[in-house]
Design a protein around this ligand. Structure first.
Ligand code: AMP
Length: 545
């Protein structure tokens, strides 16, 4: 090994490499085994609370009850599905979603987690690509007629044989045979498929394993300080790792009480924090702003709230300070991605607001990280910008049945290439400087321009299009569409394009701002330079129609 190579292998302070801290062992756990362990340890403690209004209507489960229901679900599933088969869940954050997460894991069934805002085209894509054999669904949610959409797409999905409505949950539980055997489930077995898009084409299914998500939830919970005396309120969507791992698997492994909000609403959140005596809260920055601005904020007693965690997007320093001082809490910021189960780094509670606002925090145990030059693949010096890569127990198995996409993301040495550009300092703290991937983050939700662009391209009045994230005080970023009209004398009607998109896409993905341009700034190879569009917009160079 040459001197430079040896230096890189040692890493910090000169080179952007952090070896895995192995002081905390990885467990050979499964989503089912962690529930069994905690239910044996504290059977009577409250495990799960339905976060709805009014408080008297809330369903609750102790750890013993949660295990009993999860085992019943597992037996009912095992009678219908083989180990390894995929079963989708299409519902908001109802508590039965959590029971199904554990039940599916105990039955060795792979849960495909589907965004409840999806429209038929998106639903069809994920059910077909995952070859799902079954789906649990809520017939309607927030005006989305999910039952009807499912009827529309099912004829074209030959693998889909069981449709189970959450409205028939009791009958489903009653169908479990008492003697139904459950398969043996191992830590490296697949557990979930979560769809996440890259820059190209439709979403890819991150195929996650039990070892990855259980250990990630546990290690995240340890640094976040969740214990068996805590109450954890979660508004993060369960279909995303933010909900089903960072909330569910950290709270449950600690023996804490998890309060699951069916959907985020600031007044309800404040009531839950007070009434359920919450100590921990996870949410994207937009949610935290909303609760602090709510008229009930000053009259609610939030004394017990101790730790708040946010992530998924950069959190401005001002907001960090405001949250810490207004709520009197320790604030943490998590960085990760679905493909890494998800946490890679997590701020320590005592890190400074400046670090919290401007850098990614220290890596979690058992996680190796390096920053490379994306063209040469070489580790860069600290202070230089490059792509963050990670390796260890946390890396997904693959993108489900997409070997080419997997090979583009996980290299032969097992490094997951995140697509995020960072520059690491000599302590290992790293500001995000950009994204190799072309992604918009609106209120913590990732939106992939390519999917929206492809639909607009198909519209006859559109010649060319670029969908770009533009800065916004409330949402962080909002979606903007820049259109080159097919016929400049008869420009496309924005309202018509908007309703055309709404037939195919969730409302959050529909552009808020529309601009018509004569030409786009292009790279040498003819690709649209989105950063140049953004810069021109910031200088006031575009007029909205
Ligand atoms: P997802 O797979 O939906 O969890 O999205 C992961 C992506 O969100 C990452 O690859 C980053 O681009 C972005 N992201 C996650 N956490 C942070 C953070 N703390 N600060 C800035 N961007 C983040």
């Amino acid at each position: 090994m040459g001197e430079a190579e040896a230096g890189k292998a040692r890493g910090l302070p000169e080179w952007s490499y952090v070896p895995a801290d192995t002081s905390e062992p990885i467990r050979e756990s499964t989503v089912g085994s962690v529930l069994r362990e905690v239910a044996a340890r504290c059977p009577d403690r409250m495990a799960l609370v339905e976060g709805i209004s009014p408080s008297e209507a809330r369903k609750t489960w102790t750890y013993a009850e949660l295990l009993a229901d999860s085992e019943t679900v597992a037996r009912a599933l095992a009678a219908r599905f083989e180990k390894g088969e995929r079963v989708a869940v299409w519902a908001p954050n109802i508590p039965e979603w959590v029971v199904l997460e554990f039940g599916a894991a105990l039955a060795g069934v792979v849960l495909v987690t589907v965004n409840p805002a999806y429209q038929p085209k998106e639903l069809h894509y994920v059910l077909e690509q995952s070859r799902s054999s079954g789906i649990f669904y809520l017939p309607a949610f927030r005006g989305n007629p999910m039952g009807r959409y499912l009827e529309e797409v099912r004829a074209d999905l030959p693998d889909l044989r069981e449709l189970i409505s959450f409205e028939d949950w009791a009958a489903f539980l009653a169908s479990a045979g008492p003697d139904q055997a459950l398969p043996e489930v191992r830590a490296d077995d697949p557990v979930q498929i979560q769809y996440t898009s890259g820059t190209t084409g439709f979403p890819k299914g991150a195929y996650l394993h039990h070892r990855g998500i259980t250990n990630n939830g546990r290690l995240f919970g340890q640094r976040f300080g969740v214990t068996d005396e805590d109450v954890y309120v979660n508004p993060m969507p369960l279909f995303h790792t933010g909900g089903c791992v960072l909330a569910v698997l950290s709270a449950i492994q600690a023996g804490a009480t998890l309060v699951c909000m069916v959907q985020f609403e600031p007044g309800l959140m404040l009531e839950l924090l007070e009434h359920e005596q919450a100590t921990h809260l996870l949410g994207v920055p937009t949610m935290l702003i909303a609760i602090m601005e709510h008229p009930d904020f000053s009259r609610r007693n939030l004394e017990r709230v101790r730790s708040v965690c946010s992530g998924g997007a950069t959190v401005p320093a001002d907001l960090v300070r405001r949250i810490e001082s207004t709520l009197g809490v320790k604030f943490s910021i998590i960085y990760g991605q679905t493909e890494s189960s998800p946490t890679i780094t997590l701020m320590k509670p005592d890190d400074t607001p400046e670090d919290k606002a401007s850098t990614l925090g220290p890596v979690l145990p058992q996680t190796e990280v390096k920053v490379i030059d994306p063209t040469t693949g070489e580790i860069v010096r600290t202070g230089e910008s490059g792509e963050l890569c990670t390796r260890g127990y946390l890396v997904m198995l693959e993108y489900f049945e997409m070997p080419d996409k997997t090979a583009e993301t996980i290299d032969e040495d097992g490094w997951l290439h995140t697509g995020d550009l960072v520059s690491m300092d000599e302590r290992g703290y790293a500001p995000i400087t950009g994204r190799l991937k072309d992604m918009i983050i609106r209120g913590g939700e990732n939106i992939y321009p390519r999917e929206i662009e492809e639909l607009l391209f198909e519209h006859p009045s559109v010649a060319d299009v670029a969908v770009v994230g533009l800065p916004d005080a409330k949402w962080g970023e909002v979606v903007a569409a820049f259109i080159r009209d097919a016929n400049p004398d008869a420009p496309a009607d924005d309202e018509a394009l908007q309703s055309y998109l709404r037939e195919h896409l969730a409302p959050t993905k529909t552009p808020k701002l529309w601009y018509h341009v004569d030409e786009f700034p292009l790279t040498g190879s003819g690709k649209i330079q989105k950063f140049a569009i953004r810069e021109t917009w910031e200088r006031g160079g575009y007029d909205a129609h």
